[in-house]
Design a protein around this ligand. Sequence first.
Ligand code: SF4
Length: 508
Amino acid sequence: MQFSSRERQKLARLAGDRREQYPHSLQFYLEPPTESISLVEFESFAIDRLKLLKVVENLGVSYIRGTDTYKTKLEVELRKLKFPYRALSEDDYEARRKDHISHFILRLAYCQSEDLRRWFLQQEMDLFRYRFNELTGSLMQKFLGHVNLSFEAIGEDLKNELANELSASTPGFSLSKVKEQMFYKVGLADAVDLFRARRVFIKDGFAYVPFKEIDVIVLNNYRTKLSKALALTARSLPSIQSDERLQPLLNHLSHSYIGPDYSIQKNTGKISLEQIDALSVKSFPLCMRQLHRALRDSHHLRHGGRMQYGLFLKGIGLTLEQALEFWKKEFIRGKVDADKFDKGYAYSIRHNYGKEGKRTDYTPYSCMKIIMSNPPSQGDYHGCPFRHSDPELLKQKLQSYKIPPSGVTQILELVKGMHYQLACQKYFELTHDVDDIGFSLNHPNQYFTESQKLLSGGRELKKELNNSGNVQQKNNSQESINSSSTPTSSNATADAELEGLEAYFTED
Ligand code: SF4
């Protein structure tokens, strides 16, 4: 019999595979993987899991967990990314292996700070909840046995004896429902949440938990195990950090987003400096709008701001010559004279464009990088306003941009839940007057490109905005009036120029 090389590869792997490691597609991830894998596989597994967890985060905010739409969308994604989507199939060894290995890689990448740990834990919990609830009754039992959570189901005699108490102490359980459902005797320590919420009957140090609530217990157990494991992994970080191959990869993953890097600008040279004020109001995300405003107001930005904003501008198409002119014009309005600018600041701008030093062509920062690294201090304007601004200041800023009160509340709720990129998506929807952003936001330059596409594609929308004196347009004038240093172009001129520009962004 002849085998293709792909089949041979697969057979070889299967010969040494570890099927016995994965008796279920659902895992508690108690044992780290021990096999050798290539760096290519390492990276592709990790990126796929990151994509999956991002989807979990998005769905968790957009839909009620456990609803049909939520489940269908998540299943589609699991299938697409080739992760186990239903704990039934016997032949999903590859998917189980990928699930196992990718979880541990991201555990390494996301144990590095409190923020990262919290985010990872939340998404993994949601993923686990979905998968566990998709199990059939018998598979659930099998899984519980496998992870040593075999709770004892109480017999019919005891259930009849306790029927009144069970019905009275378990919300939604009539006497007839008590008779139908299986109840488990669970140690109190495992059922603290249900006990606190007064949702179970307690007797002699045991909680009597109906089958439909068993997921709360299992999830609690999983949460405890995973948070401990993350803390332990964080402690072993120094040894990982000494690995020259792994560390850049792990750092990249925790700051990473999955999409284009915006370092190749097909729109280079298509933007004029006069358009930037109008663009900053219409199409910049809040982080860049804040930096632009601060630059116009104080004619200066500190290093973190210059890097974040300078690379963003490069990503939207500013050439090196334009960047030098843009920054110089603004800086010499402040305390820096032309000579000092040429000697000091011009170097770092050329550096960003790969013309100095190591000649690296620097990439604009992704949201994760902005959110997770280099938090702003007093006097800095870089960072992500959804992550780094005081909520009260953020509220004032959003109000001043004429975001309606209900929108401000929604954004602040998302910020409170630490869904910063989703808060930014909401800001996009509100400032572009659309119900659904239609993409998953990961990068400030992506925000810009999508905004331009939308504005150029939506002629009617644009007209509507102009007629109704849209919030952004109003705000645009407001900002221009407030700024004595805004370059001379009028809004009308800038708008006319933007019409031409927007066409470029519809092309991709
Ligand atoms: Fe900028 Fe991203 Fe924060 Fe939006 S979520 S403000 S694009 S860093």
